[in-house]
Design a protein around this ligand. Structure first.
Ligand code: GLN
Length: 189
């Protein structure tokens, strides 16, 4: 089982470390030809969604990745990755893959002081999950077919739609591997 981690910008190394820890091999998606390799899932890491979106287009990777997501490949997206998947972004002109029927607000907790840590419930997991938020978006609403997986202070911070699981915090920056294990199960199925 191999996961392809988008590695044009952002916190991709941490996802790779965590996936390797649970026995999942990874390749990095840095250029168009990397998309010809064989892989069973895609990880869209945190970082800066505007930069990632721009690079994906410049590197001619955008449409190929979008088609794979629409085609059903298991996709794990964190923070900027959630913004890339969202159908609507309330406070930005740009939208990207638009494969997930959710409306997100970028930098929803403010730009400077918007980083914090909490522990919250996450659907399907026992007990709480450690959640690191870094200039994070949150989900203002989910559309039909999308399921809310986690809420913090009344705001939606994780959702699932078909093959896509997305969250505004960074599970790869914790030592809790359960969300990555959930993703590995999706790849196995
Ligand atoms: N603020 C970033 C954006 O809007 C996301 C932050 C992150 O991925 N940690 O793209």
């Amino acid at each position: 089982m191999t996961a392809a981690v988008l590695a044009v910008q952002g916190a991709f190394a941490e996802h790779i470390a965590m996936l390797n820890k649970i026995g999942v091999d990874c390749i990095e998606l840095r250029k168009k030809s990397d998309l010809e390799k064989k892989f069973d899932g895609i990880v869209l890491p945190g970082g800066e969604s505007t930069v990632q979106g721009k690079l994906l287009k410049e590197l001619d990777m955008f449409d190929i990745i979008r088609n794979k997501i629409v085609g059903g490949i298991p996709t794990l997206a964190t923070c900027a990755g959630l913004i890339l998947l969202a159908e609507n972004i309330v406070n930005d002109e740009a939208v990207y893959f638009k494969t997930m029927p959710v409306t997100v607000r970028r930098n929803a907790y403010g730009r400077q002081t918007g980083s914090f840590f909490t522990c919250g419930m996450f659907a399907g997991l026992c007990g709480t999950f450690p959640m690191n938020f870094i200039r994070a978006p949150y989900i203002e609403s989910v559309g039909s077919g999308a399921e809310v997986l986690a809420e913090v202070d009344g705001n939606i911070v994780a959702a699932m739609y078909k093959n896509q699981i997305a969250m505004s915090f960074h599970p790869e920056l914790s030592d809790d591997t359960r969300i990555h294990e959930m993703f590995a199960e999706m790849m196995k199925a």
